[in-house]
Write a new protein. Structure first.
Length: 483
């Protein structure tokens, strides 16, 4: 759900003009029309921005409360204006303070305040007013930084990225001053110790990491003729798939630097191949769509941190990293005895019994539900939000593929990160585990592989599953004719 955008600000102006103020009281008047902001030194009829803030302040506070009330209701909370809470420094009623609380009282306990806003009228985009139903966005402070029309006419200071950090931008405070940090257990005590992490989250380092380009948020239809299809060809060119049409990508790239695959690529060539495939993945994913990559680090002399290479690659492509899941293979892990120097500090070697599932998303952190149905249970959600998943590895001999992952792995990811009916992509389909898990979860799949042998294997696995169910559809392989 998008809480605030340019359409929201336009609606604010419309309601203010309809019920509260005249155009001259809200906008500057030029020969070409009325504008929210004007260039430095421009003569125009109208009041200063500070005067307009004073005029419109009361309306803004009431309008903001009305705006957040349905959001609060959806969360099982109340939107409370002029909230008072001595414990967090709100000692007197101020109509600019709006809180989402568990009770509908002005006087609140700290633990009942879940979100706190400070309301300020500081529209950061520029708008032109023509008539009551015609208010146009004429400039965006991010994409037109430093343009004269985007100077704040009261102080003549440019609206830049730093504006986001100012207090007068609509500001959330986490869970108030008292809880402005994260909590960790104290060793030797039963209590918990709070440490303030706000300096990190407000630092330049963190702001830089979150600076992603604005994306096309329209979702395109996925071609019916490619739904539930295996495509024989390289995922480095997924030209069959439209932009913004796939909801979730799950894959386990071939570890061809150590497994038995047809091509023997260097590490540089291998990473370039992955980058091409994941760049295409970025293109076809919808806004908010996730990409989940199962990967194991490789080698001993030297150790190859493949998960690190891929994480950096995905961020460079434009993805947001959302975390990593440790797949603990436990007793099913390979019984390797490659522990290096036995009972000696000379050269002991760690024996990996885990792999990683790296999780990324495209664009917005939250995906719009658009009326689709969740299928995850409460118990599954509580358990699978933990960052360590313990499950047995799959037998390569039983499946007939050198590096299969267990069905449980993509099944969990599909339940966790997608809605019923979504399109699931696997650019390295291999033995078809993702396809089987998608169909079991009432989703659709599309998968790529360059090996006819593995496509045949995937088709066989899927046919065996379909024979045990009432589901029926034709399993067809489509060839990807690379140019």
């Amino acid at each position: 759900m998008t809480v605030w955008n340019n359409e929201t600000e336009i609606q604010f102006f419309r309601e203010a003009l309809k019920n509260f103020a005249s155009p001259e009281q809200l906008f500057y008047k030029l020969q070409s029309g009325y504008f929210a902001y004007i260039p430095k030194g421009t003569d125009a009829e109208g009041q200063t921005l500070q005067s307009r803030n004073s005029l419109i302040g009361q309306f803004t506070e009431k309008w903001s409360k009305s705006f957040f009330e349905p959001i609060a209701k959806e969360l099982g909370l109340f939107a409370v204006n002029s909230v008072v809470c001595e414990a967090i420094g709100l000692s007197r009623q101020t109509s600019a303070d709006l809180a989402l609380c568990t009770t509908n009282s002005i006087n609140q306990k700290a633990e009942n305040i879940k979100l706190l806003f400070e309301i300020k009228m500081s529209v950061v985009s520029n708008y032109q007013f023509e008539q009551i139903n015609t208010i146009k966005l004429v400039g965006d402070y991010k994409s037109h930084k430093g343009q004269p029309s985007l100077m704040r006419s009261d102080s003549n200071s440019p609206i830049t990225d730093s504006y986001l950090k100012k207090v007068d931008f609509l500001k959330t405070s986490g869970i108030m001053k008292k809880r402005n940090g994260t909590e960790t257990s104290a060793f030797g005590t039963n209590g918990r110790i709070n440490h303030d992490s706000s300096k990190f989250y407000n630092s330049k380092l963190y702001a830089e990491l979150g600076d992603k380009k604005i994306l096309d948020k329209n979702e395109n239809d996925f071609p019916d003729e490619l739904a539930n299809k295996f495509i024989l060809g390289s995922a480095e060119s997924m030209k069959e798939l439209p932009d913004n049409s796939v909801h979730l990508m799950i894959t386990s790239p071939p570890y061809n630097v150590s497994k038995e695959y047809d091509e023997d690529l260097s590490l540089t060539e291998y990473l370039e191949m992955l980058k091409n495939a994941f760049t295409e993945t970025y293109r076809v994913l919808v806004n908010g769509g996730r990409a989940c990559i199962n990967v194991a680090n490789l080698g001993r002399k030297p150790y190859i941190p493949l998960s690190d290479y891929i994480s950096k690659m995905m961020i460079d492509i434009g993805f947001n990293m959302r975390g990593e899941i440790i797949w603990n293979k436990a007793a099913s892990a390979s019984p390797s005895t490659a522990w290096g120097s036995w009972q000696s500090a000379a050269n002991p070697i760690l024996r990996d019994i885990h792999e990683y599932i790296l999780v990324f998303s495209k664009g917005d952190y939250k995906r719009e539900k658009n009326g689709k149905e969740n299928t995850i249970t409460k118990e599954q959600f509580v358990e699978w939000t933990k960052s360590i998943w313990t499950m047995n590895a799959e037998s390569a001999r039983r499946i007939g593929h050198p590096a299969p992952f267990p069905e449980e792995l993509p099944y969990r990811l599909i339940q966790f990160y997608s809605f019923k009916g979504d399109i699931i992509l696997d650019p390295f389909m291999g033995s078809g585990t993702t396809a089987v898990s998608a169909i079991k979860s009432e989703r659709k799949f599309v998968g790529y592989d360059i090996s006819q042998e593995y496509i045949d294997l995937a088709e066989k696995r899927l046919k065996l599953f379909l024979e045990q169910t009432s589901l029926k559809f034709e399993i067809v392989t489509v060839e990807n004719d690379e140019e």
